[in-house]
Design a binder for this molecule. Structure first.
Ligand code: ZN
Length: 87
């Protein structure tokens, strides 16, 4: 099976949600943040099929660069995340 790899540098919320499939923040009763994150992740997945993989070699510490998934411009840790799309 072959994969095409798409690389993203994402915030903790997106990384956690993509890797675990779990709700982002159980305390977020309104679910706004969770919906934002999942919408963004679904935007990455699009019509493709595949799976996410951690790219630890690209983990950065604190950064002000926007998350490449949810576009969150808040500062925070950035994590390497790959989407491996089946081709
Ligand atoms: Zn994000």
């Amino acid at each position: 099976m072959e994969f095409e790899i798409y690389e993203y540098d994402v915030c903790h919320d997106c990384f956690y949600a993509a890797m675990t499939g779990d709700p982002v923040d159980p305390m977020d009763e309104h679910g706004d943040r969770e919906k934002e994150v999942w919408d963004a992740i679904e935007g990455i997945i699009g019509e493709t099929k595949g799976h996410f993989a951690a790219a630890e070699e690209r983990d950065e510490g604190f950064s002000w660069r926007s998350c490449e998934c949810c576009k969150d411009g808040l500062g925070g840790s950035r994590y390497g995340l790959n989407w491996l799309a089946r081709v």
